[in-house]
Each structure stands twice: as C-alpha cells, then as structure tokens.
Design a protein around this ligand. Structure first.
Ligand code: SF4
Length: 376
C-alpha cells in the first residue's frame, strides 16, 4: 500500500491494516535501487524506529478509508473485527512523539470527516469486495515464457549478429548466450510475487470490478494558490501520466488478474485526496499502456532474479553493494544513511543494533523467507 507517488516509486512504505505484502512492488523496487537497502530492510529486516510525519499521515488516512469500506462489507476482514479504528490509529501514531502525534491524529480526523461527507453515497453505488487482501501469483502466471519465444529470440539474435559480423561462430555464441539467459529466467517459473491492493470494489449497476489505490497528496503536490488538486486531465484531453505507467499499478493488475481472472478485473482507479484543507477529492480511471502492461511480468521476473543473486551473495559472505545514487532522493534521505556513513564496520553494527534507531522482527523475516521458498 502506498500513500503518494513517492510510495509508488519505492520511496515510501507503510504497513496496511492487513500487514505488508510478502514480495510486492516495494520490495522488488528496493532491490533494483540499492542491494544494501534491500538487504537491510528485507533480508535482515531492520526497520527504522519512528516515522517521517508526512509518511505516517498517509498511513493514518489510508487506515481510515480502509475502515470506511470494511464497515460496508457483510463479512468484514478480521483486522476490522479485532481492532477499533481509533485504537488502530493511536497504535500507528504511537511511533511519533507529541505534540506532532496529536496534531496528526486531529488532522486525520478532520480529513476523514470530509471524506465521509463527500462519499456518503458510496454504499448505494459500489460494493467493497477485498480490502488489503494479499494476492500471490507465480512468475509463470504473470510472465509465461514459451519455447516459441525462446526459439524466436535466439534466431533473431543470431541473424542480427551474423549481419553485423559476418561470422557464423559469433552468431552461434550469441545464440547460446541468449538461450542461457532465457533458461535462467524460465527456471524462476515457480517463484511467487505478491500485492496487497488498497481496495477491490464492484460497481453495482454493471457488476464490473476495479482495483483502487488511495493517493493522499501534501502541499507540494497540489495547486499552491488554491490548495485544490491539480486537474487530472489537461485542456487537450491528455490524462495525467502520474500513475498510468507505474510499476505498482502494473504489477497489481497482473497479479490480481492472474488470481481472479482477466475478465473479472476491469481496470485500476486512483482515489486522490488532499491531506489538508481545503479538502479535495477525485477518482480517476487509469488508461494503461498496452506495452508497459505486457512487459511488467518480465520486469518482475528480472527483479526476482536479481533478488536471488543478492541473497546468494549475502549467504556466501559478500557484502551487498552500496548505491550512492539512491542515498538522497527527492523524497528525502534513505532510512539507512546513518548506517552507511558509519566510520567502521564495528560502528555500523552498533548503529544497526541500537534500539533507539532500529527494530528487528526476526520472526517476521523467517516467516517471509519460509513463504517464499519454492516448492519443487
Ligand atoms: S544509504 Fe545509500 S548505499 Fe546505504 S542503503 Fe541507503 S541507498 Fe543504499
């Protein structure tokens, strides 16, 4: 689950009411960005203590909306039955100190009041089907590699190399290399990838089902003069490209369609909200580019291959590599910056194991490792 565009780019991650996704888009994006960041977060499972206020704010708003729709369900999820909304919000906000904690809780309450007023008719128009439900699919399901594809790719590569070099041996070598690459990718067929969409809902009038993500936008992402949302569609009818070619959206669509059936998920819509007043809300259906959608499964396969390579490196005693280009991004400093800038290995470990800086949930790390084991 994600709270704004940053989250979709892997800059943010918040924990949904139903728990984090096992091998979702955030995790795969992390290994693509920095092996070290991925290893600290997803292999050794060190999580920073506390939270950035804007990130926590997004989490609190998501939780409110999740409860809003769960209350409409005839058979709501267990987390809804177990924990009251106010208790859940207080628990999530407890990672941040006063007075910011109370301010965030008050602002969340105001926003949620406005949301409920704006969408008071939702129960007449739509039915929530799944809220924060985890879906899993194998790579084979979201990215089938056929023998025809392998043959075509080998033939195309050999022809291209022969055209340039005129040498049969070079062409044969290139063909063998392509075949080896494909066989390595194909060997991952039974690996799983997962997602946990914010909401899957059904339109009552025609029974079509859709995936929805909430995007809560702060001051820097709205019209600075009015405080309202930027228009989604420009004067010439061009849709905002912000979420259409988006890793998280594409992966979620692939996985959920693999589970529920291609024809059973019509598409994806984005619920935008401004975090602070004046409260502004809208919903927009995404136009998904066919090529990007087609290739998302292959990207997932390549990222799982990379994740496996990094795991192998760690388990054979190598240190995961630094990626300085990712330490500071437009969404702030990496959560592990103080570890990476420690003057010695000893100090690095001391910082990681300082309970004021990081927590470590070993049980959760083992549970996830177990779940990701490939059964022959
Ligand atoms: S600080 Fe930089 S090198 Fe270290 S984990 Fe973060 S992104 Fe990677």
């Amino acid at each position: 689950m994600s709270s704004d565009a940053g989250a979709l780019q892997g800059e943010e991650e918040d924990t949904p009411a139903g728990g984090p996704s096992t091998r979702g888009g955030h995790r795969l994006a992390a290994v693509n960005k920095c092996s070290r960041q991925w290893a600290l977060r997803y292999y050794w499972y060190y999580r920073p203590v506390g939270d950035k206020p804007y990130r926590l704010w997004g989490t609190l708003l998501h939780t409110c909306y999740e409860y809003f729709y769960a209350a409409m369900m005839p058979d709501p999820p267990e987390w809804f039955r177990k924990t009251a909304l106010i208790d859940r919000l207080r628990e999530q906000a407890s990672v941040i100190a006063e007075p910011v904690r109370s301010q965030l809780l008050n602002m969340t309450a105001d926003n949620f009041t406005a949301y409920r007023l704006r969408y008071a008719d939702d129960h007449l128009l739509m039915e929530p089907v799944y809220i924060e439900e985890e879906f899993a699919a194998t790579l084979e399901e979201i990215d089938p590699i056929s023998e025809d594809e392998v043959r075509d790719e080998i033939g195309r590569t050999k022809a291209a190399v022969f055209r340039v070099s005129g040498l049969e041996t070079r062409a044969l070598e290139a063909g063998a290399r392509v075949e080896a690459e494909y066989r390595a990718l194909k060997s991952l067929d039974r690996e799983i990838v997962t997602c946990r969409p914010d909401l899957i809902w059904r339109l009552k009038k025609n029974r079509t089902q859709w995936i929805r993500d909430y995007k809560s936008l702060g001051r820097s992402r709205v019209n600075y003069r009015t405080g309202a949302l930027f228009r989604w569609t420009s004067d010439d009818g061009e849709e905002s490209g912000e979420f259409s070619v988006n890793w998280q959206v594409l992966l979620n669509l692939k996985i959920v369609r693999a589970r529920l059936g291609l024809g059973n998920i019509r598409g994806f819509d984005i619920q935008r909200v401004t975090r602070q007043p004046p409260y502004d809300f809208d919903r927009n259906t995404l136009t998904i580019p066919g090529d990007a959608y087609k290739h998302a499964g292959r990207v997932a396969r390549e990222l799982v291959a990379h994740e496996n390579r990094v795991t192998l490196q760690i388990e054979s005693g190598q240190k995961p590599a630094y990626r300085p280009s990712e330490c500071q991004t437009q969404f702030g400093l990496c959560d592990y910056i103080h570890v990476c800038k420690a003057p010695s290995q000893h100090e690095m470990l001391a910082r990681l194991n300082d309970p004021r800086r990081f927590t470590r949930n070993v049980q959760e790390a083992l549970r996830i490792r177990e779940r990701l084991k490939v059964v022959a």
